[in-house]
Design a binder for this molecule. Structure first.
Ligand SMILES: Nc1nc2c(ncn2[C@@H]2O[C@H](COP(=O)(O)OP(=O)(O)OP(=O)(O)O)[C@@H](O)[C@H]2O)c(=O)[nH]1
Length: 220
């Protein structure tokens, strides 16, 4: 898909703050530090629209990014971050659950796992939960560039087996560093969001970023 406009919309801490224009939403879920922000930036050919950091657990709200006038990426708080209190984790769990089960605009969940490691207990639980509820799902294995080419097939097999994925299940190996998997993932996203504008994603030079941002804090 050709992305010519991307805009950070809001860090939503309450459902009333979710956009109400009815555009399709694509959620990103995964452990802290798995590479969600980096994947968004790579998909839209931007260096830093979505905030990346070496400090895990930074994303604590539902971060909405509007892509063209076509869809939203909704970046979830990373799960499995030890320094978050139990109460906080519970509250976020509830908010995520409500969003995932009740949000009509949600068209696809991208569950991200780190290709270097066997999926964690939480990855497995999340995957089971998403499938149990019949949510449209693609598993994205990130940081592929960190695995030597000769060992990638083995890592993919381990992940698929650990999650119990079958041949028809959507699975995309990805590298934000090198752009591997980008076209395949866009294809899946546009199909689920029912966007028909297929075209190669352009370089950053072509891209307009809207600077005006609104945060949850602005609202308070
Ligand atoms: N080599 C390599 N590094 C990556 C890749 N994706 C992410 N990283 C690095 O992994 C770290 C975490 O990436 P983020 O994109 O901030 O991860 P996140 O999932 O948004 O993290 P939280 O905000 O904590 O949930 C950063 O140092 C990234 O540069 C990748 O595909 N390849």
């Amino acid at each position: 898909m050709k992305v010519n406009q991307s805009e950070f919309i809001i860090s939503a801490v309450r459902p009333e703050q979710y956009p109400d224009d009815g555009l399709p939403e694509i959620a990103l879920a995964g452990r802290s530090n798995v590479g969600k922000s980096s994947l968004i930036n790579r998909l839209i050919s931007r260096k830093n629209l979505a905030r990346t950091s070496a400090t895990p657990g930074k994303t604590q709200q539902l971060n909405y990014y509007k892509i063209n006038q076509d869809l939203y990426f909704v970046d979830f708080p990373g799960y499995g971050y030890a320094k978050v209190s139990k109460e906080q984790r519970f509250a976020w769990g509830k908010m995520m659950e409500k969003y995932l089960l009740q949000r009509d605009e949600l068209k696809l969940v991208m569950q991200m796992v780190d290709m270097r490691h066997e999926p964690s207990k939480e990855d497995k639980m999340m995957n089971e939960w998403l499938r149990h509820h019949g949510l449209p799902l693609v598993v994205v294995a990130t940081k592929m560039d960190k695995i030597p080419k000769t060992r990638r097939a083995k890592h993919i097999k381990v992940i698929k087996e650990a999650l119990g994925l079958r041949s028809g299940d959507l699975f995309v190996p990805f590298s934000s560093e090198e752009g591997l998997g980008k076209e395949e993932l866009w294809d899946i996203i546009t199909r689920h969001a029912r966007i028909d504008k297929y075209a190669p994603v352009e370089d950053e030079a072509d891209h307009e970023t809207v600077e005006t941002v609104q945060t949850a804090e602005d609202d308070n």
